[in-house]
Each structure stands twice: as C-alpha cells, then as structure tokens.
Write a protein that binds this ligand. Structure first.
Ligand SMILES: Cc1ncc(COP(=O)(O)O)c(C=O)c1O
Length: 382
C-alpha cells in the first residue's frame, strides 16, 4: 500500500510505512506529516537526514556508565560518544582536564553542571534570570539549594546591576550563576563577562557559572562568539541540547565542565564501568545521531547552516514588518518575537504565547516558503 499524505498537507519526505505498520502508528505519522510545514514555534532543525542510521534500529545500544570506559554490555557506542564530546570540548574551548557526557537533554545537562557547582560550594546561593528555563528552579529544588531570580530586562537578558546588588547582600556566600545563552522565549544571551564583573563588584570570589546554552550556544560558538564558553573568563560548566540545533530524532544533549568536582564514580562490576552520570542507561543511538550530524559538514558547512538560519530569521522579521505585524529580534537570534497570531490561525500555526508575545524560530531547514505562507495568511486576516 503506497503512503499518501493526508489532504491539505504539504509534501514531506519520509520513509513510507511498511505494510505491517499498525494503523495507530500510521495515524501518528500522518499527524507528524501534517504538522511539519507549520511547526516553526519550537526549535528543531529539519535539514539533517538521519534515515541512513535506520539499520541501527535493530539493536538496543546502551552507553551505560562513564563515557570514558567501555562497558561489559557489548552493544554500546561509547567510542563515538567520546568523539562527540571531544568535538564539543574543542568548540567550547574546554581546557585540558575537562569532563562531560551525553545526557538525555538540556535539563539533565544543567543538573549535572549544578551538581558539580554544589560539590564545589555546598553553601552557595544560585542566581538566574526570571527568563531562565523552567527547569532551573526545579533543579535547585531537587538539589536543595536556595535560588534567587533576578528580573530580566525587556528583551530577556539577566540584569547584571540587580545581580550585583543581590549578590552583595549575600556577600558571605559563594555564588552560582546560571547564565542563559539563548533564553527559551526571546533567545536573549546573558553576558558572562558582565556576570563576572558584577560578582567582582559584589566582592564574591567563590563562584561558579553554568552556561545553559541549550539552543544558541552552538550557532554562536560556530560563528566566533566565545565569551560564555569554557575558556578562562567564561563559564565553569556548560550544557546544550542535541535535538534543537541538530534536530536529532531522539532528545539528547551534552554537558561539559572544566572543573570536575565529583570523586571518580563508584566502579560497578555488573556494567564494567564507573558510574559517573546522573542516569544509568543512556541512549547509544543518540551518540550515533550527534556523531552523524557533526561529521556531515566541515567548519565552513557548519557556519553556512548558521548563516542560512539567521538569514531566514531576518527575512521573517522583515516580511512581518511589511504587513504591519509588530515584531522584533535579538541580535543574531534565530527567534523572531511577534504579537500573538489572530485566533483563527493558531491551530494551524502553533506558536507559543507568553506575556503578550509569541515567537517563531528559524532553524536550519526552515524555508522562506513557510514564512511566506504564514505572512500571507496573516495578511488575509487583516
Ligand atoms: C534555555 C533552555 N534551557 C534548557 C532547556 C531544556 O532542554 P531539554 O528540553 O532538552 O531538557 C531548554 C528547552 O527548551 C531551553 O530553551
């Protein structure tokens, strides 16, 4: 039976279902197919074809335990995970002695960074902007650490003057700061050198900066912005999501630190490896996917993906302005802020809405025709 896209959907390239695919799964595939052309409210690249990895779906690939050691479980891909980690350590200028591992996503990466931070400074206060990801207060609660939210500025940035004042009030305590490198809603990039300056001015020397670089850290670093990374003067730990900039079909991420704090994890005979990660079993398939993504391009190709995505975002901002729809964009952002769409358009264009604003995100693979289609429908509503 040949697969037919449902009426009204645009052509999306995917493997045809096998004749044995359950109708319940076919229904999901239909839903994904219909949603794809207007799915521009959440960040997931769509330009990398992961289907060549289909043969690996025959195996349960488990990178259980430390990425530094192979395991007694034979179906692992830790060798590729180590390559992936080394690639990100180079991108984020981690000095010798760094450690890290592939996580289930950005949240686990931030948790790992903050665990290192808590080990270094158990009595610290954690500071983050009111625009930080919702996982940050959750992680502070799980770690049993006090958190102070610093009001964000109008475009979503951490206000370093308020940080200075709040830190000065707690001068006796070490400070852990979560700097968001691309906030979820406006893609604001917190200024790590100014965070250091604020803590200097507050008289706090014992500090740890975690860069939550879930989405924007990768395109920024690929195009030469490094002030938030793991080199001196930057962050102590950093995390990214793999399913955003790379669009891996499985959520995943990477976490790195240049100041490893944990004692070497307990050796577990059963897995033949040390236990140095938050979760036990980890998706080996995700390691294959990230490896596949980063080895597809040379440095110029990686930068081209960034340039194209930023061009698309600029195009979207200009096109919305032409039809008089209020919008704006942080510098270099892939995210375009716009007033919420008229209600009749919202089911077809599911863009998130927060505090009177909505956004669209131009990821690698977002096409101008998608922007044109949205702007045309907006024009039709006017
Ligand atoms: C800034 C930021 N941090 C962390 C996360 C959490 O990432 P994940 O969903 O991969 O756990 C997100 C996800 O949207 C994010 O935007």
């Amino acid at each position: 039976m040949a697969f037919r896209a449902p009426p009204g959907s645009e052509a999306v390239d995917h493997l045809p279902p096998t004749p044995t695919l359950h109708p319940g799964l076919v229904a999901i595939l239909d839903r994904l197919t219909v949603a794809a052309p207007t799915n521009i409210g959440f960040p997931a690249a769509v330009d990398i074809d992961y289907r060549p990895l289909a043969p690996f779906l025959r195996y349960m690939i488990n990178n259980v335990g430390s990425p530094a050691e192979d395991t007694t479980y034979p179906a692992h891909a830790k060798d590729l995970e180590r390559d992936v980690l080394a690639w990100f350590a180079t991108l984020f200028r981690a000095p010798a002695g760094w450690t890290g591992y592939m996580t289930s996503g950005g949240t686990e990466g931030t948790m790992s960074g903050l665990l290192h931070a808590r080990t270094a400074y158990p009595r610290a206060t954690i500071y983050a902007s009111s625009s930080c990801h919702y996982s940050v207060p959750k992680i502070c609660g799980l770690l049993g650490m006090p958190m102070v939210q610093i009001p964000a500025g109008p475009r979503g940035h951490l206000d370093c003057e308020i940080l200075r004042r709040e830190a000065a009030r707690r001068r006796g305590q070490p400070a852990i700061v979560v700097a968001t490198i691309g906030t979820t809603m406006t893609e604001a990039v917190d200024d790590v050198p100014r965070v250091h300056a604020a803590l200097n001015a507050a008289g706090i020397r014992q500090r740890w900066i975690h860069a939550d670089a879930a989405l924007a850290g990768i395109p920024l670093a690929l195009t030469g912005r490094h002030d938030f990374d793991l080199a001196p003067g930057g962050a102590d730990s950093l995390s990214i999501s793999g399913h955003k900039w790379w669009g891996t079909p499985i959520p995943c991420g990477v976490t790195l630190t240049r100041r490893p704090q944990h004692r070497p994890g307990q050796r577990v005979d059963y897995i033949g490896s040390r236990d140095t990660t938050i979760t036990g079993s980890r998706a080996g398939l995700a390691a294959l996917m990230l490896w596949h993504a980063i080895t597809r391009h040379d440095p110029a190709g990686h930068r081209l993906r960034v340039d194209r995505a930023r061009d698309a975002a600029n195009y979207a901002r200009r096109s919305l302005a032409v039809v008089g729809w209020e919008c704006w964009r942080n510098p270099d952002a892939l995210t375009v802020m716009l007033r919420p769409l008229p209600k009749p358009l919202r089911p077809r264009w599911p863009l998130p809405i927060e505090q009177g604003w909505s956004h669209l995100i131009c990821m690698p693979g977002t096409g101008r025709e998608q922007i044109d289609s949205l702007v045309k429908e907006l024009g039709g509503c006017g």
